[in-house]
Structure formats: C-alpha cells, structure tokens
Design a protein around this ligand. Sequence first.
Ligand SMILES: C[S@@+](CC[C@H](N)C(=O)[O-])C[C@H]1O[C@@H](n2cnc3c(N)ncnc32)[C@H](O)[C@@H]1O
Length: 284
Amino acid sequence: MSKLPDRVDSREVGLVAGLNLFHFFLGTRDLHYGLWGDDLEVRIQNLPEAQKRYSEFLLSHIPDGVERILDVGCGAGGVATELIARGYRVEGVSPSPLLSNAARKQAGEDFVIHEGRFEDVRFADDDRFDLVLFSESFQYIDLDHVLEYARRRLNPGGHVLICDFFKVRAEGRSVIGGGHPIEKFRAALELSGLEVLEDIDITAETAPNLDIVAQMGQELFMPTAELVGYAFDRNHPWLSRLFRWKYQKKLRKIRRKYLSGERNGANFARHKVYRLLLLRQPET
Ligand SMILES: C[S@@+](CC[C@H](N)C(=O)[O-])C[C@H]1O[C@@H](n2cnc3c(N)ncnc32)[C@H](O)[C@@H]1O
C-alpha cells in the first residue's frame, strides 16, 4: 500500500474512477491508447482489443537479451503485468499513489514501484536496467532532462523504448492537449548521444482513439448534459440561471473540449504525431 498523501489530486481520482468504470464495463485496466486497424471497427466495445494490440506491438520491439526493465509511469500496471508474464524482471515508477495501488493489485504485491516522479526518484548509482520504457508517459516528463535520466539508469548497450505522441506545428488551435513539440524532442535526442534504432509513425493507427472520445462526447455526454440542464432549468430556474452565469467560462470550455466533437481523429492527426522509438545507449 502506498503512503497516503496529505492532499489528493482530484484529476487522479477522476482517472482511477474512469479506470474502474472502464474495467467494469469493458474489462480493461490499460491507460494507453489502442492500436486500430482496418479489421477493427472503431467503437468503444473494441477498445480492449485495440489496447491489447498496442501492448503486443510495444512488447514486440523489446530487443533480444533484455532481462531487467524499468517501466516509467507504469499507470495501473497493465503493461508491467504483461512484461512479468513474459519473464522480464520489471520495476515501475509512479508519481500517483492511487495508480500505484491499482498497479500492485494487477501486477502482484511483489511488483516494486519507485514512488514519485521520474525526475525525483533517487536510484542507487549501480541500479541499472537493460531497458527503460516510456509507454505514453514520456510526454509528462521534463524534456530537458528525461533522456539523460533514462541514460543514467541504463547498462552499457541498454535501450530506451518510447511509445507516445508529440505535438506538430499546424494551423489553428488544438483542443487536444499533450505531447512534447516534436522538433524540440528531435533536438534533445540529437544531444542525448542515444542511437536511434527504430522510429515508427503510428499516428494513423492511434488517431481513431480520438474518434471514440468524439463519439462519447456526442452520443453520451452531450445528451446527458442536455437532459440534466433541461431538468435543472425546469425545476430550479433561478438557480440554473445563476449557475450558468457564474460558470459561463467553464461551461464554454467544457462544451468546446468535450461536447463539440472537435477532439476527433482527424484533429489528432493534424496536431500530433504518435511514434514508437527504440534507442540504444552506446557501449562505451
Ligand atoms: C497515460 S498513462 C500511461 C500508463 C501506462 N504506462 C500504460 O501504458 O498504460 C501516463 C502515466 O504517466 C505517469 N506519469 C505522469 N508524470 C510522470 C512523471 N513525472 N514521472 C513518472 N511517471 C509519470 C502517470 O502517473 C501515468 O501512470
């Protein structure tokens, strides 16, 4: 059990509540995108299969000879569980106590988790891994330092595996947040001294996840919000007017972000690029 923090981050609570909901209805505990193909219809019921394909794709890029893996940002432990099942020795890094508890539940109580942000966790100098993994966690870590911190954890000849999306320059404002700017990442990579073994673009296969977000907005959240708004207007007209006036800015933002349908696959592919990168630390 993780040490309980003094203050609980409400976004973290939302994430874990969402995870429980998805687990209850769909049977998935993964926090990463799914990998879609022409043979898989883009609908939420197929998300667990798409997420399974993502994990398989990710794991298929682990080089031969790797034994010990550091799973940075291990989330609810879905990928770690799969790695352990395949015989790797895995440790996680997690800044989120609630997710760490979920990860231990899934991967087993023996699953070692270094609690804290990757930037802050103190490892012994000789605590080295064959591979440092960032499965959709790379974007959350300071770009100026993340590759250097990863290098410090590697055995000579060790690997870094990144699967995440990056921001690209595009016309207009994106309603989809996240991702380091790709050109800044390229510059950091150049400086890092890590050798690029693989660099694969999977934007087309991951963009459909945003079509699901758009579907949920239009077909679930929008009608529910309208229904609640209608009941609130009719039953408490004054309170409703006050609420709409007081929170007009927040409501506008929620409408644009979650209900407008703008967070969709086409906009994701316009503003982001999703890549898998396998990097190697030189032997010397
Ligand atoms: C989208 S989830 C991905 C979870 C998991 N790797 C997966 O593939 O399902 C992002 C993860 O990054 C973690 N994270 C965020 N900031 C971090 C940081 N500074 N250091 C380490 N992990 C971080 C979050 O706690 C979360 O577990």
